[in-house]
Design a protein around this ligand. Structure first.
Ligand code: GRF
Length: 186
């Protein structure tokens, strides 16, 4: 199976996918390309593993430029901490082939502005009893696509934005490879 991974940040989820492929947890898969929309450590991780990587500048023409770079044999496009918005046209070109990981229990705490610590802050302010991570299909509505896999955990009394971020990353490392396998098997 041929994968493309999009990143904007530290890329620890990308690392998890690289490791999962190396360990046979995601069988018969290769990352053919990593794309970043800004300079970030995610790009470096791709370089470290000899994976083809490119930087496409953010902005209005991002998705058009991205579409030109996606290899024709691509089975799945994975957003792993990717912050640009994917256009309707791009979604329509790759129906059912784009997935994203979100650091909350969608459909709650999704949409515009809901990324990174903004999400965790909103969850704590809403006095939610649990949080978690969601892997979902990408559609033109931000964070609105069908849910593939989700895992929750209880929020403790002493939870902070930082502890939530850390706990959610752990959950993400657990569910992301599973969700990828689920989609690749279908
Ligand atoms: C993750 O929490 C993911 O849910 C969100 O961005 C974060 C990326 O972290 N979309 P990393 O770059 O994979 O470490």
């Amino acid at each position: 199976k041929n994968l493309v991974v999009l990143v904007s940040g530290s890329g620890s989820n990308l690392q998890r996918i690289i490791d999962a492929i190396e360990q046979g947890e995601i069988p018969n898969a290769t990352i053919n390309l990593v794309v970043a929309d800004r300079e970030c450590f995610g790009l470096q991780r791709a370089k470290n593993h000899g994976i083809k990587n490119i930087l496409i500048k953010r902005g209005r023409t991002f998705c058009e430029n991205l579409a030109k770079e996606i290899p024709g044999n691509t089975d799945l496009i994975i957003l792993a901490g990717f912050l640009s918005i994917i256009s309707k046209e791009f979604c329509e070109n790759f129906p059912g082939k784009i997935i994203n990981i979100h650091p909350a229990l969608l459909p709650k705490f999704g949409g515009k502005g809901m990324w990174g610590n903004h999400v965790h802050k909103a969850v704590l302010e809403a006095k939610e009893k649990e949080s978690g991570a969601t892997v979902h299909f990408v559609t033109p509505g931000i964070d609105e696509g069908e849910i593939i896999l989700q895992k929750s955990f209880p929020i403790s009394e002493s939870e902070t934005v930082e502890s939530l971020a850390k706990n959610i990353h752990e959950v993400e490392y657990e569910i992301f490879p599973k969700a990828i396998n689920k989609v690749l098997e279908d």
